[in-house]
Unconditional design. Structure first.
Length: 105
C-alpha cells in the first residue's frame, strides 16, 4: 500500500481504489448561461479517479417544483453526497493503478 501523501489543493475527500489509485472530490466553479442570456458561475462537486480517469460532476443547483412554478435552489450538500456515493462505488470496483509521477521512476 502507498505511504500517506498530501492531498492535492482543493480536494475535499479522497477514496482509495482496489488498485491503490484514488478518487478525489473537489469543488469547482463552472461558467453558466441563464435563460435570460446573462452569464455567471455555479459551483459543482467534481469526482475523478487518478487511475482510470473516470469522472463525474454534480451540480450544486437543484430544480424544485411547485404547484405553479419551478425554481432553482443552491444545495451543495446534496451534490457532495451524490459525489461521495459515486466515488465509493467506483473505488470499490476500479483496479487501475495510480499513474506514475516523475519521482516514481
Amino acid at each position: 500500500m502507498n505511504a500517506q501523501t498530501t492531498w492535492p489543493e482543493g480536494v475535499i475527500a479522497r477514496y482509495l481504489t482496489v488498485g491503490t489509485a484514488t478518487v478525489d472530490l473537489a469543488v469547482v466553479t463552472r461558467s453558466h448561461k441563464y435563460e435570460d442570456g446573462i452569464t455567471g458561475t455555479r459551483g459543482a462537486t467534481y469526482a475523478e479517479c487518478t487511475g482510470c480517469s473516470a469522472s463525474e460532476e454534480f451540480s450544486h443547483w437543484r430544480i424544485h417544483r411547485g404547484d405553479y412554478s419551478d425554481w432553482e435552489v443552491e444545495d451543495p450538500d446534496a451534490a457532495d453526497s451524490k459525489a461521495r456515493d459515486w466515488a465509493q462505488v467506483h473505488a470499490e470496483k476500479c483496479r487501475a493503478m495510480p499513474k506514475p509521477t516523475a519521482t516514481d521512476k
